[in-house]
Design a protein around this ligand. Structure first.
Ligand SMILES: NC(=O)c1ccc[n+]([C@@H]2O[C@H](COP(=O)([O-])OP(=O)(O)OC[C@H]3O[C@@H](n4cnc5c(N)ncnc54)[C@H](OP(=O)(O)O)[C@@H]3O)[C@@H](O)[C@H]2O)c1
Length: 337
């Protein structure tokens, strides 16, 4: 019996939140590797807010996904067939394999990972792009100093939960902003943030005034919109704002809402800087080593939210992320392993 490769392809560019009809589910034969190629049986896929941007036409930091193409996604899996000298059957690998069950690769941008050191989903999260983003955005752009007050939005998500913990490790006072009491309790009780603000039930501006009376030294922004505006009103002199993302705006049908309170940057002599993780690719190994050390000595907790259902569950799982249902790194389980 020929094995099939179930794929999720982009059928239409969404307006607002993606709809089921924006995807085409296709079944193809599992590819056969040619000379210099190998096939990966994907076990887990990374779900990322950035996927929403990749579905739009137009220039960004990366090419859009073409209509009809397999949806772009980071994945981890096991080499199931190979004609490549550098990758053998049984090797575990991470790369941009797409929303499908099997991927054909020539090895470009693919790295081997060791499942005996960490579970495979962790290589998509804290030891993958998530961890790299948190590490470089906080340390290279945010430049936290011991004793600084660091505020992180999207704090119970993949990037935010790691960024906040690194800030704590660096001796900062850490305030997380997240949706819901349970997420906030996780931040303070398990991740040892100093405070957490539930933006769904609290007045963020008033809470920041209470919890950051001396002002915010580093604001690590994952969400943009009203929360960015609230943080702008509480800057300490010389504050650094890291623009990591703006998930509150990705599905907006009314255009991106920019910061109204930007003149606070002038008053506080502050800076607001965007970062893209790919710019740090040559330093990923260095960051992964340090993060792995923190995980090993218990100072950093890595949490993956693994959803079952295979590639057919991709659409619903993506929507669950925009509804804030994930805690930590959202990963879709695809294969048998
Ligand atoms: N610059 C880069 O190179 C780079 C790389 C990776 C990721 N990123 C960015 O980092 C941010 C976090 O990504 P992630 O992968 O860690 O995702 P994530 O935080 O694990 O998941 C998204 C979270 O966003 C929150 N959210 C959804 N809608 C929201 C809204 N309207 N207002 C406020 N919060 C909302 C939800 O948590 P709540 O329950 O708290 O609402 C949800 O759990 C994103 O903006 C992403 O684009 C940037």
């Amino acid at each position: 019996m020929t094995q099939t490769n179930t794929q999720v392809r982009l059928a239409a560019r969404p307006i607002g939140l993606p709809k089921a009809s924006d995807w085409e589910i296709r079944e193809e034969p599992v590819p056969t590797p040619g000379e210099g190629q190998f096939v990966v049986a994907i076990s887990h896929l990374s779900l990322d807010p950035a996927m929403r941007g990749w579905m739009n036409a137009g220039a960004s930091y990366i090419e859009p996904v073409e209509i009809g193409a397999v949806m772009r996604a980071g994945g981890v899996g096991e080499v199931s067939a190979s004609q490549h000298p550098g990758f053998a059957v049984g090797d575990h690998v991470v790369g941009a394999f797409g929303v499908q069950e099997y991927a054909l690769s020539d090895g470009m941008g693919v790295n081997k990972v060791d499942p005996s050191l960490a579970p495979l989903p962790t290589y998509l999260g804290t030891l993958g792009m998530t961890g790299m983003t948190a590490y470089f955005a906080l340390l290279d752009v945010g430049k936290p100093q011991t004793g600084n007050t660091v505020v992180v939005s999207g704090a119970a998500g993949a990037v935010g939960s790691v960024a906040g913990q690194i800030a704590r490790i660096k001796g900062c006072r850490v305030i997380g902003i997240a949706g819901g009491e349970e997420k906030c309790r996780w931040l303070t009780d398990e991740l040892r943030f100093d405070t957490a603000i539930d933006y769904k039930h609290e007045d963020v501006r008033a809470a920041l005034r209470e919890h950051a009376p001396e002002g915010i030294d580093v604001y690590f922004d994952n969400v943009g919109g009203d929360i960015l505006d609230a943080a702008l009103t509480r800057l300490a002199r010389g504050a650094r704002i890291v623009i990591c993302g703006a998930v509150s705006q990705y599905n907006s049908t009314e255009g991106f809402k920019g910061p109204a309170n930007y003149m606070s940057l002038l008053v506080a002599r502050a800076s607001m800087t965007g970062m893209v993780v790919f710019d740090y690719a040559t330093r990923f190994a260095e960051a992964a080593r340090e993060i792995a050390g923190w995980m090993q000595d218990g100072s950093l907790i890595s949490r993956e939210d693994v959803v079952e259902g295979g590639v057919r569950a991709f659409h619903d799982t993506l929507l669950s992320m925009f509804a804030g249902e994930n805690v930590g790194k959202l990963v879709l389980h695809v294969g048998a392993s």
